[in-house]
Design a protein around this ligand. Structure first.
Ligand SMILES: C[S@@+](CC[C@H](N)C(=O)[O-])C[C@H]1O[C@@H](n2cnc3c(N)ncnc32)[C@H](O)[C@@H]1O
Length: 285
């Protein structure tokens, strides 16, 4: 038997050479905006080795080719899942939803009652618990929201999580994080241990695949953007570009919420002024 240069003769499976790691890191940077330092190499190596063993791929170049091959979308999505986490939960970082409830939504609901349009974006929404949380706070404040022009858009770069977000079905225990005041009746899921977000909240949310490092395809502007625990994967220049892109699609007075370990920086900070913990208001001159 010939041993491929990528097969570890000690039997641990696949090992990533420095060159292989560089190839993956530059692919991830170019296509997803992910910045991966060499400290990530052991993690990437162990995660990829499991996958490549399963698929009987022994030469790393063959794997790289598959990222541009006929099954590229699925392969890229799987790579992205290996390199990032989709962890999310209902009412994660709850202070943001207090600001949404107390400061952001009341004037927007008044605007919608007068016939105005309200748009909220959950960018990097993973499997959808963030946009459904926004919908649930909206419904608490305005049970009639269904009849108004208020929409919540959830997007993620990964088509697999976007599909899960659309399905709106989660393990029953995931709903334990919903505070009493916002508890909604669940619809039955496809299995007894799963449950579905109810129709009136689903109806307020639409979903799509969108890569934040590419130009945004929107015509209109947003009144609030949640982009939490996503920019953490980007380097500083990419973060600054993304903050600027958000600022451009936010209405004056619109809010941007970012993750607990993320910071506003660069030219956008001239306009996005702090309004609470990791919360910014767009104040263009
Ligand atoms: C940890 S989850 C955050 C989910 C949610 N925002 C929250 O805070 O609970 C990070 C998400 O960012 C997405 N992501 C990573 N890079 C992205 C990019 N370039 N464009 C859009 N989404 C991206 C991942 O697919 C993942 O679903």
């Amino acid at each position: 038997m010939t041993i491929s240069p990528n097969i570890d003769p000690r039997g641990d499976g696949f090992t990533l050479s420095d060159q292989d790691f560089e190839a993956i890191a530059s692919f991830a940077y170019k296509h997803f905006g992910l910045a991966m330092s060499s400290s990530k190499k052991p993690l990437v190596s162990s995660r990829l080795s499991r996958k490549l063993r399963k698929q009987n791929i022994t030469v790393f170049k063959d794997y790289l080719k598959s990222l541009d091959g006929p099954n590229a979308e699925a392969e890229r999505s799987e790579l992205l899942s290996l390199l990032t986490t989709n962890v999310t939960q209902f009412f994660r970082e709850p202070h943001h939803f207090e600001t949404l409830r107390n400061d952001v939504l009341p004037p927007l609901i008044a605007q919608a009652k007068r016939g105005g349009r309200v748009r909220i974006w959950s960018a990097g929404c993973s499997i959808g618990q963030e946009p459904y949380t926004i919908a649930s706070v909206l419904h608490d404040l305005c049970p009639d929201a269904e009849k108004m022009d208020i929409k919540i858009l959830g997007t993620d770069i990964d088509p697999v999580v976007v599909q899960k977000a659309q399905a709106a079905e989660y393990p029953r225990e995931d709903f334990d994080g919903v505070p009493k005041q916002s508890r909604f009746n669940l619809e039955p899921g496809s299995r007894p241990d799963m449950a579905r977000v109810p129709q009136h909240l689903r109806a307020k949310c639409t979903f799509g695949v969108l890569n934040l490092i590419q130009p945004f395809p929107f015509n209109g502007k947003f009144d609030a953007i949640f982009c939490r625990n996503v920019a953490i994967y980007f380097d500083n220049p990419t973060q600054q570009k993304v903050w600027q892109a958000f600022q451009r699609v936010l209405n004056p007075g619109g809010y941007l919420f970012i993750g607990h370990s993320e910071r506003m920086s660069g030219p956008a900070s001239q306009f996005l002024t702090p309004a609470g913990i990791t919360t910014y208001v767009n104040s263009p001159n």
